[in-house]
Ligand binder design. Structure first.
Ligand code: UDP
Ligand code: MG
Length: 311
């Protein structure tokens, strides 16, 4: 059993004027539970450059409730930046990240809290086990993406994981210590480790407004994910270069045999030479790419390790 004093609820908002009041009304239904545990709540709304009345709506909530806080961006910087800003502002020894659209049900908050406070987990993540209400083509690409990530990255990225997650201060500080610019939270949560409990639930559609993710935006985001957590694609030229050189060698063997049999081998000779030169160039690029990969990881300046406990 551990005691916690304050839970910071971080809500990134981009054009959520309709969702924010509904979210707030739903979230404060948990007040009683947290009061009974002596845990104070604070709401941190991060306005990510909304073009609607999101900020006004948040300001009017603040007039009624001192626990409401706002960080408002000068323009749209993306959900990842909003999450980071929320983590920086959060004062709680517990922090939870939630969407404004009620796709992350506040009713799960007491359960998340219990896993952390009573069972000693450091973090409680949530994953949806169904993708109903989502276009099938999107689900298909999402599954391929997670499959690929599992193969080429050594960070655990869970299929269907949402960003809805409650964490202790230890985990939040670990996340803040990853200062990289291109952020991919699902990867970062996996990378920092710690004892994580997973809750599963059925997909819930958003209450109001529409998803901020077009197919194209999601596709680019998935590339960000791959590039942030894997340097495997950089090995591709090296592998291809080796294959081309092998092909050149096989062609050369065929050429020698055919020349000995008295055939004209001019075309084969050209193929073999081109393949060899191509292979060497690709191979050299591949070697440079491998160094680039190392340099890339160095430039992220991630912590070399994270400590859970020591004495
Ligand atoms: N969001 C944001 N900046 C953006 C896009 C989205 O802060 O550029 C917020 C959005 O307001 C919502 C959350 O991130 O609270 C998740 O977005 P959305 O519900 O559109 O994504 P989905 O649930 O469809 O994956
Ligand atoms: Mg949503």
């Amino acid at each position: 059993m551990s005691t916690y004093n304050k839970l910071s609820i971080i809500v990134p908002c981009y054009n959520e004027e309709e969702s924010v009041p509904l979210f707030y009304a739903e979230a404060i239904k948990q007040d009683e539970f947290f009061a009974s545990k002596n845990v104070e709540l604070e709401f941190i709304f991060v306005n990510d450059g909304s073009r609607d009345k999101t900020v006004d709506v948040i300001k009017s909530l603040r007039e009624k409730d001192e626990r409401v806080h706002l960080v408002s961006f000068s323009r749209n910087f993306g959900k990842e930046a909003a999450i980071y800003a929320g983590f920086e502002k959060a004062k709680g020894d517990l922090v939870v990240l939630m969407d404004a659209d009620l796709q992350d049900p506040p009713a799960l908050l007491p359960q998340m809290y219990t896993h952390i406070a009573d069972e000693g987990y450091d973090s409680v993540g949530s994953r949806r086990v169904t993708r109903t209400g989502e276009p099938p083509i999107r689900s298909w690409f999402a599954r391929r993406f997670y499959g690929l990530m599992r193969k080429i990255s050594n960070t655990e990225i869970v299929d269907g994981a949402r960003d809805y997650r409650m964490m202790t201060r230890k985990v939040v500080d670990a996340i803040l210590s990853m200062k990289e610019y291109n952020r991919f939270s699902k990867g970062i949560f996996g990378w920092v480790g710690f004892k994580t409990k997973w809750l599963e639930y059925e997909n819930i559609n958003r209450v109001a407004g529409e998803t901020k993710w077009s197919f194209w935006k999601l596709f680019l985001y998935s590339l960000d994910g791959i590039m942030a957590f894997s340097t495997a694609p950089l090995a591709l030229p090296l592998v291809m270069g080796i294959l081309f050189c092998l092909a050149a060698f096989v062609l050369l063997v065929i050429l020698i045999v055919r020349a000995a049999l008295g055939y004209n081998v001019l075309a084969l000779g050209i193929f073999s030479a081109v393949s060899f030169v191509g292979g060497v160039i690709l191979g050299c690029m591949g070697i440079a790419a491998m160094y680039l990969g190392k340099l890339y990881l160095e430039s992220k300046d991630r912590p070399k390790y994270l400590v859970d406990e020591e004495f």
